[in-house]
Design a protein around this ligand. Structure first.
Ligand SMILES: Nc1ncnc2c1ncn2[C@@H]1O[C@H](COP(=O)(O)OP(=O)(O)O)[C@@H](O)[C@H]1O
Ligand SMILES: [Mg+2]
Length: 321
């Protein structure tokens, strides 16, 4: 797995927004020097608190924004360069997006059949019976039925709407899905159902998924690898089990400590740790240009040379981790 080439790869990706008016021009570095790769048929979880740049990363990849700098490749082809009709087509054919709020992303005046079938009609499938057939097939895949096809989004529950959004995303058989907090707006009881559905579809269709979430509990069970984002930077990337067993970056530790425990006894005594960059890093973190460094195979952490030594010791189990 480790030497499988990436399907999607971002290198030093930056998305800076100008904000403020007049004399006080400010730059929001929403995504700053972010590098990661997602392998074919993998679920990569991108996690971090609200405002850290997850959505901007997804939107920059699918070119809702032009990157400020850096490159993104998909299947070896650069998708971050000058926009052409060919590139737009390549992107929409290969990468589909699922959004957090299914009601905002589904046109209320369109029937489910029109919504789910839109990707086909846009691509010139004119035969209505053919569109209908494929829509019904997709509805079946996401756990809905053909009776749902003639209804409107408001007639459905949140979980069902997200299923509609998923059917719309996969009807054209993209290779990759970027799911931007697809379950954050759903009841906890429904979240697992939608996650299981995505997992099943991944297996069945060989999908690659970039799964964005603001906490680790959601991605914990089904991400192959996880990237932790803080203030526009990726601070740690590791296989899911490694991230839980030996988190290195203090921000990752803080995120992990926030996951509620299923056991009420231990939950009571669980200690939440917060992240305080001033306190939790050596001085050179702020002056010494930390870089993403591979500390053991498949485990990257954003650190300075002196922190690197510390983390190496922790990984080797020498220091008290
Ligand atoms: N179009 C935009 N113009 C200016 N600033 C933006 C824009 N989109 C996002 N931002 C800012 O970039 C940062 C990251 O936002 P976002 O990617 O939405 O974070 P997340 O999805 O992790 O919550 C935030 O500070 C946000 O206010
Ligand atoms: Mg977001």
């Amino acid at each position: 797995m480790a030497d499988t080439p990436y399907l999607l790869e971002a290198r030093n990706l930056c998305q800076h927004f100008a904000s403020g008016r007049g004399g006080k021009r400010l730059t929001v570095k929403a995504v700053d020097d972010v590098s990661f790769g997602v392998r074919p048929a993998e679920i990569f979880g991108l996690v971090g608190e609200s405002g850290c740049g997850k959505t901007t990363t997804g939107r920059t990849i699918i070119r809702l924004y032009d990157p400020t700098s850096g490159t993104v490749t998909f299947d070896g082809r650069e998708i971050s360069g000058g926009m052409t009709r060919g590139l737009r087509r390549y992107l929409t054919d290969n990468i589909a997006m699922i959004f957090q709020d299914p009601i905002e992303s589904l046109n209320p005046r369109m029937t489910v059949e029109e919504i789910v079938g839109e990707g086909l009609t846009i691509r010139g499938v004119k035969d209505k019976a053919e569109v209908r057939r494929r829509v019904v097939e997709m509805l079946g895949k996401v756990g809905l039925t053909n009776e749902h096809a003639t209804r409107y989004p408001h007639e459905f529950s949140g979980g069902q709407r997200q299923r509609i959004g998923i059917a719309r995303a996969i009807i054209t058989h993209p290779k990759m899905i970027i799911a931007d907090e697809p379950v954050s707006a759903l009841d906890v009881s429904v979240q697992a159902q939608v996650i299981n559905l995505l997992n099943d579809l991944k297996e069945e269709m060989g999908l690659t998924i970039l799964f964005i979430a603001h906490n680790l509990s959601v991605v914990k069970y089904f991400s192959d690898r996880i990237g932790v984002m803080y203030y526009g930077h990726l601070v740690e990337i590791a296989r899911g089990d490694d991230l839980y067993a030996k988190p290195l970056h203090p921000y990752t530790r803080a995120l992990l400590s926030a996951i509620p425990e299923p056991n009420p006894l231990t939950e009571k005594t669980r200690r939440r740790i917060d992240y305080d960059p001033e306190r939790d890093h050596k001085e050179d973190y702020f002056s010494g240009n930390p870089v993403m460094t591979e500390i053991e195979p498949e485990h990257f952490v954003y650190c300075t040379p002196s922190e690197l030594e510390l983390y190496r010791d922790q990984v080797r189990g020498k220091a008290d981790a």
